[in-house]
Write a protein that binds this ligand. Structure first.
Ligand code: DSN
Length: 433
């Protein structure tokens, strides 16, 4: 059956560009660590008539009429999120990860309060207090990061910073940290200084669901996530929280609302208007897929693939920030090369390997060029690739880096080999029924 027949007829320009992007994504290696492929079911829910509806408020407490069925949809999304993560409370309305994180600030802090978070060059997210983001201009970031030598968190050093600065909140989570995060260690520190602990698990939620990474839900006050990335849902965010606020008497003694209510209030009406119901339906569909054993197997395989890719690259003489990976991602470290991370990312893309340039810890180059390239295995795992396929991928990455000065000559050959290779796999939402 032809895809998008109506669009093809009414808007051939957009139709053609979507078709080209689809072909591009199915004939290249999608290695951006924050992307994935969603199923046809998720696409159908997101493309449904729910996009037409306004439903400001929450289920059974809306400011608009006509919400009998959308209330049931949002409740399904909420309940599946709670079941998936074992959470006391879930809010599925944030439009994406940054609005979700913005709501965390509104629920927990006052303007000018101190928070501990990782700066972007250390592997943190913009919304963890980075200076050019609202979280860095309206609040005060106390920075921390992986130890420059080991590339791993040094909990003694982090405790020392926390005790000296006494932030009101600690963010734990990253966009470019290749190791497991021990949330309990952070929780001990947060308790010692009466700080809220908030985990941002957008990058690694499937690894937590699969049980290959520690679970932040029992020991964190709030857990923030996106539903895209490795969770393979729509472009959106969600928040999990405790119901009661363990620090209420210290920071919110005159407040009538508990933590869950403050989170909900922060999202709506604090920051957002009408929820995107088509996206919430897509999120519910993705959560249902994530509740299966197949999804857990996928989470396990992501890490196996990443480890094999990392080992293959190390064996070829490459450096990886932090020495390797126990997540879905790794960062090739080109500090010793006479090309930049950006040069490498462009050469890789030309050859059919799509990644992004990324700072490495202690990067001497500017964020506009960097010395690193971040690679993730979740999309390749979604296509069905296994460890031996990762060895082939490492081989292509090596060929690109070796031929970087004559990439225009070499890339068409590699691009074709990769397209032939990709055609052997089924891709959810594209070719897989
Ligand atoms: N932009 C995302 C990433 O690539 O990691 C974070 O939100």
């Amino acid at each position: 059956m032809e895809r998008y027949p109506h669009l093809k007829q009414t808007d051939p320009e957009i139709y053609e560009l979507i078709r080209k992007q689809t072909n591009y994504e199915s004939s290249t290696l999608k290695m951006i660590a924050s992307e994935s492929f969603v199923s046809f079911s998720v696409l159908e829910a997101c493309g449904s008539i729910l996009t037409n509806k306004y439903a400001e408020g929450y289920p059974e407490a809306r400011y608009y009429e006509g919400n009998e069925f959308v209330d049931q949809i949002e409740n399904l999304a909420i309940n599946r999120a709670k079941q998936l993560f074992g959470a006391e409370h879930a809010n599925v309305q944030p439009y994406s990860g940054s609005p979700a994180n913005n709501a965390v600030y509104r629920a927990l802090l006052k303007t000018g309060d101190k928070l501990m978070g990782m700066p972007v060059p250390n592997g943190g997210h913009l919304t963890h207090g980075w200076k050019v983001n609202f979280s860095g201009t309206d609040y005060v970031q106390i920075p921390y990061g992986p130890h420059p030598e080991t590339g791993k968190f040094d909990m003694d050093q982090i405790r020392q910073i926390a005790k000296k600065e006494r932030p009101k909140m600690i963010w734990v989570g990253a966009t470019a940290y290749p190791h497991k995060i021990e949330y309990n260690d952070f929780a001990e520190i947060a308790q010692e200084i009466d700080a809220y602990l908030v985990a941002d698990i957008a990058h690694i939620n499937a690894l937590i669901i699969a049980g290959v990474h520690p679970d932040p839900v029992p020991c964190c006050d709030i857990v923030s996530s996106t539903s895209h990335k490795m969770l393979r849902g729509p472009r959106a965010g969600f928040l999990l929280s405790k119901i009661e606020d363990r620090l209420q008497s210290k920071y919110f003694s005159d407040h009538k609302l508990n933590l869950a209510q403050r989170v909900d209030r922060a999202v709506f009406p604090g920051l957002q208007g009408g929820p995107h119901l088509h996206i919430i339906a897509g999120m519910a569909a993705a959560f249902q897929e994530a509740l299966t054993q197949e999804f857990k197997n996928y989470g396990v395989q992501i890490v196996k693939n990443a480890k094999r890719l990392a080992d293959s690259l190390l064996a070829k003489g490459y450096y990886l920030a932090g020495g390797g990976t126990d997540t879905h991602l790794m960062i090739l470290d080109f500090r010793n090369e006479n090309f930049t991370g950006k040069d490498a990312a462009k050469a890789l893309a030309k050859s059919g390997i799509i990644a992004n340039f990324n700072m490495v810890p202690g990067d001497p180059r500017s964020p506009f060029v960097t010395s690193g390239v971040r690679l993730g295995t979740q999309s390749l795992t979604t296509m069905g690739m296994k460890e031996t396929d990762m060895e082939k991928v490492a081989g292509w990455i090596h060929r690109v880096c070796q031929n970087i000065t004559r990439i225009d000559e070499e890339s068409p050959k590699i691009r074709q080999e990769i397209a032939d290779f990709c055609s052997q796999f089924q891709i959810p939402g594209i070719t897989k029924p």
